[in-house]
Design a protein around this ligand. Structure first.
Ligand SMILES: Nc1ncnc2c1ncn2[C@@H]1O[C@H](COP(=O)(O)OP(=O)(O)OP(=O)(O)O)[C@@H](O)[C@H]1O
Ligand SMILES: [Mg+2]
Length: 249
């Protein structure tokens, strides 16, 4: 199984941006192929990566549920084909988008095929990076389970740090089976205040490091350019890569 890294944290803290940076890091170090999983229903990791996405696992599941299976094809074969189609291939990594969660009704058959597909797919990659939606839903739904590294992302605000602490606690209580959990404080203007460091220490949350606020990220974002295309000399990329080198190797 791959070494898997899952992102978690409050909304807008930079989970997707950091996920993109991890993928960029792994690819630049030749730690490939990487499987990038976008588990946010409001998927946008592909934008950070600059990849077009035409279908998702959610679409495959929906089509099977609605019975939109061509004649002469079994449901299983159809579902496999649709799931394969949802894998976007890029240089050094592949991206799979989970898409919208299931609607009402029974999706058991489609879901078991989907789980099997994901497990088999993941087996082909030494590294898996999973971007998640904001909050704790994915932790309590146990979609984020058996991860090697649960990477909490926060901005330097107290509320965001508290949200990260709560996710850390919940993940521990639910015993989702992560090997290590630590926090990255992103969008830092002047490092992290001592009070914040103390709070994390009191809560037993390991601080992996900080990533500075970087106008290059905002500029790329505004221009609709993929963040992964930023030069490695950018302050945020430099800090992030140094941090990943310590965390991932
Ligand atoms: N270090 C940084 N410096 C400047 N801007 C940043 C930095 N990190 C992220 N941003 C910007 O902050 C915004 C939110 O980032 P991002 O989408 O990665 O957050 P998120 O946690 O994934 O959000 P969501 O909870 O909506 O999924 C984006 O516009 C992004 O470009
Ligand atoms: Mg996001």
């Amino acid at each position: 199984m791959p070494f898997s890294i899952a992102l978690a944290g409050k909304g807008g803290t930079g989970k997707t941006t950091v996920a993109g940076m991890i993928i960029k890091y792994l690819v630049s170090k030749g730690m490939t192929p990487v499987l990038a999983v976008d588990a946010d229903a409001n998927a946008n990791l592909n934008e950070v990566l600059g990849l077009p996405v035409h279908s998702t696992l959610g679409t495959a599941r929906e089509e099977m549920k609605k019975g939109q299976v061509p004649t002469g094809m079994t449901k299983d074969v159809f579902m496999s084909m649709k799931m394969e189609e949802a894998v976007v291939e890029a240089d050094g990594y592949d991206l799979i988008v989970m898409g919208q969660p299931e609607g009402a009704g029974c999706y058991c058959a489609a879901n078991s095929l989907l789980t099997g597909f994901l497990e088999k797919l993941a087996g082909n990659y030494p590294y898996l990076v999973m971007d998640n939606e904001a909050g704790m839903e994915h932790i309590s739904r146990l979609t984020t389970r058996n991860v090697d590294l649960l990477l909490l992302v926060s901005d330097p605000s107290r509320r965001s740090l508290q949200a990260a602490v709560r996710i850390h606690r919940l993940a521990r209580e639910l015993q989702i089976g992560f090997t290590r959990s630590c926090l990255v404080v992103n969008q830092c203007k002047n490092g992290l205040p001592d009070a914040a460091k103390q709070m994390l220490k009191d809560e037993g949350v390991e601080l992996a490091g900080v990533i500075p606020e970087d106008s290059t990220i905002s500029d790329y974002d505004l221009e609709g350019r993929p963040t992964v295309e930023m030069p490695e000399t950018s302050a945020s990329i430099q800090a992030a890569f140094a941090l990943f080198a310590k965390l991932i190797g």
